[in-house]
Design a binder for this molecule. Structure first.
Ligand SMILES: Cc1cc2nc3c(=O)[nH]c(=O)nc-3n(C[C@H](O)[C@H](O)[C@H](O)COP(=O)(O)O)c2cc1C
Length: 236
């Protein structure tokens, strides 16, 4: 596909739908790449919105550099690594998964364009390299309470398309994706000693894991179950 004038809709995005992607950012000083699973939406006028939670590395990097890569990846195991990564537990998102794209960008009309080296995930079927165009403060209602967030409006600077993704609907992988989110919430419920929520989430997770195992040999989904167990320190 000619990647010169691609728009998000050419990759299958529909306005206002929520999509789960892998967001790669880079730290300003040490240039360390970081990837997190995040939800995004396309607006009617071709911006992409993203809401990183306070304390995430993604938020910190995005505030510092204003640059982010949206990676479209069809391997659920990479979602698990990116959302559950924890050096102490040996869950890491390996550096060798990255490749770099050199871009020249005019951040400020008073200066000359800056040359920047932007990381993206090699395994992606397409990537959207974006710059922050606008920021809004929003309140998100969540079962863990109200959180005040920054919603970033991103403008795609460059879209790279590598291959078609012929992903079929897959129950084990959908359940695995949902289970990763539940695992991150269980950890918070445990830290906050919210026993009612903890028990509710734990029973959802147990049911999901039983179903993933029942659906049969899906390597990526089963690897995700292993990572969740490691992340939560099974038996939890
Ligand atoms: C499918 C999925 C979607 C997620 N969406 C978001 C999101 O929109 N915003 C957010 O802050 N965290 C989201 N998370 C949780 C982050 O991936 C997780 O907190 C991660 O550890 C943050 O990493 P970071 O500190 O390196 O940015 C999501 C996780 C999953 C599995």
């Amino acid at each position: 596909m000619d990647t010169k004038n691609l728009y998000p809709i050419d990759l299958g995005f529909k306005p206002n739908y929520l999509y789960e992607i892998l967001a790669t950012t880079i730290s300003k000083i040490k240039k360390i790449p970081n990837t997190s699973a995040m939800g995004i939406r396309l607006t009617q006028d071709n911006f992409i919105t993203i809401k990183p939670f306070p304390k995430t590395k993604t938020l910190q990097n995005l505030k510092e550099t204003k640059i982010i890569t949206i990676n479209l990846v069809d391997d659920i195991h990479l979602y698990a690594l990116s959302a559950l990564k924890n050096e102490d537990l040996g869950i890491i998102f390996p550096r060798e998964y990255y490749e770099y794209e050199e871009l020249s960008y005019l951040f400020n009309s008073d200066s000359s364009p800056s040359k920047i080296s932007i990381p993206f995930i090699k395994q992606s079927w397409a990537v959207l390299i974006c710059v922050v165009s606008k920021e809004n403060s929003v309140i998100k209602k969540d079962l863990l309470g109200d959180v005040s967030l920054i919603e970033f409006y991103l403008k795609p600077l460059k879209i790279k398309f590598f291959r078609n993704s012929a992903k079929l609907f897959n129950r084990a992988e959908n359940l695995a994706l949902e289970s990763i989110i539940i695992a991150t919430r269980i950890k918070i419920a445990r830290e906050r000693q919210n026993e009612v929520l903890f028990n509710e989430l734990k029973s959802q997770l147990t049911s999901n894991i039983n179903n993933i195992k029942r659906f049969g040999k899906n390597y990526q989904a089963l690897e995700t179950v292993d990572l969740i167990n490691r992340y939560l320190g099974a038996p939890y």
